[in-house]
Design a protein around this ligand. Sequence first.
Ligand code: GLC
Length: 600
Amino acid sequence: MCYSICLISWMIVILCPLQKVQSHQNEWYKTATIYQVYTRSFMDSNNDGNGDLQGILEKLDYIQTLGFDTVYVQSVFKSPFLDGGFDVSDQKDINPIFGTTNDLKNLIDEIHKRGMKILIDFVPNHTSHEHEWFKKSVKREAPYTDFYVWENPKEFDSQTNEPIPPNNWIAVFTGSMWKWSDERNQFYLHQFLPVEPDLNYRNPAVREAMKGILKFWLDLDVDGFRVDAIGHLLEDIMLRDNPWIPGMVGVNNYRAQIHKFSKNQEEMYEVTDEWRLVLDEYTRKTNRSRIMAFESFDPPEFVQKHMGNETHKRLHFVLCPTIFFHRPYNASGIVDFIQTQLRVSTPSGVPSWSVGSHDMGRSGDLGGSEISLPSFMVAFLLPGVATSYYGDEISMSDQPLRPDQKSNMDAFDHLKHRTPMQWDDSTNAGFTRTRKPWLPVNPNYWAINVKRQLGEKHSQLNNCIRLIKLRRTPTILNGQLAICTPTPWLFVFQRYLHGEASIVVVVNLGTEMELISLKDCSFNLPRVMEIHTASSSSGFQIGDKFVVCDSSNLTSCPRLRPRSGLVLTSARSSESSYAVKSKHSILIFALSLVLSACYW
Ligand code: GLC
């Protein structure tokens, strides 16, 4: 029965009740448009083959011209770079290949002068094994003796006398989560790489030290942090074995276990509450929100708890949900994802969408390069925060690397997402003038680069600029959202606000042509709309008229090519169409509840 309701679901509009997003100056984050810069790959100012802080400074005008209001400057701390800079060896210092703390201060000031905001990393779960704390902890030097999670062996192997780890936990990057230290004669815990020992959050001194790090960068005037790997902060105090996924017992892979005792332990919320107090203190002092965005790929109940509620506010938004990844690549897969994000959001813990990321890669690599602009249409025109990873704006693609091209460890085959920014068609795409950048430039740089796209009227870059401008309109900033899936492959949503132009996004996720029967969505749209943005493969042009038709009159219906997208705008909506919509909304919302039950 539920299945049959699900089958007809694509014919029904789903109205999502939204709290109005109000963007006060001190709540800038609620509608932030974030440009994520992987520092090492963005712009090399001193020609050593590595991007750096001065390079970001040189390109700030570019980022601002695109329309972004926030820059997330990633992986800048001192680090042996065995995990892309997330293996931090000093959280209060800058990696010399990127510059100095003064360079970061300069960058912060320049960003603020432009009325923009800056986020940096906060990596609380672990440090590098080269961190002073760890070196002292290995030697049991006070006060660092218990800064990390140390444990005695469960037992010693009767034949080899090898120490046996305390339990069966598997690290994210495979292998046991425990590594033996001959020097200390104990195991230490590492949720990620063995070179990334886990900090011990049951030690109050660790909590204080980590708060000190937040304060250190807040004093330098950063606006907030991307909190890394939050679910991994604490583990079960009794170190109980994790259950195995049925059929996977003993498989040496993170995905073989249910991480019941090694992840998302209740005490992590106490820790984040302490961080929130620190941020609030700075927010009060400056009347400007200092925020924490967090990384989580966890089930919605955990994300919801991290967001808190209006009387107990916690984190501000999740930074990583990339819009077209990790879910069924069809209309209901996207709707399901969007509804979940909206459901776990609160007025202060807002929804957030990303186009690509340093871990997930670029949207075009999953659905083909045609889907790159449509992913911007969705991420940038839904309510809440939008993030784009450097180079997504020109549809850069991943570049798999040969082993001899990797100067660093590549734990999860992530380096291919981090190749240098493609600025122009000169040697090394204008990223560096040295012969060899730290990672090779994608061979397609001569065709896919900023210089070329700035000169082409309908390039992805210019379309992104159009979308970010549209993002600033009252309809997108404060409007309501209605979602519709007229066919299993066509994903449609409308943003509308009383007295303002309606905006409709239509994306064909499938591999075949689809009829766009918008009347089936009951959106109360005018008969003719205008095309505001069209992806190059769509077959439509900016400025064209678009006829809103229904499936009962198929001959008049426009068709949309596979893996392409359109943004349509109407004239300002009239009183009456708004009222009609409200009459339907109760029935429709009730249906949407039934549907959500199906999806879940
Ligand atoms: C986060 C980062 C990832 C890193 C991991 C361990 O998931 O995004 O790149 O490897 O944390 O720090």
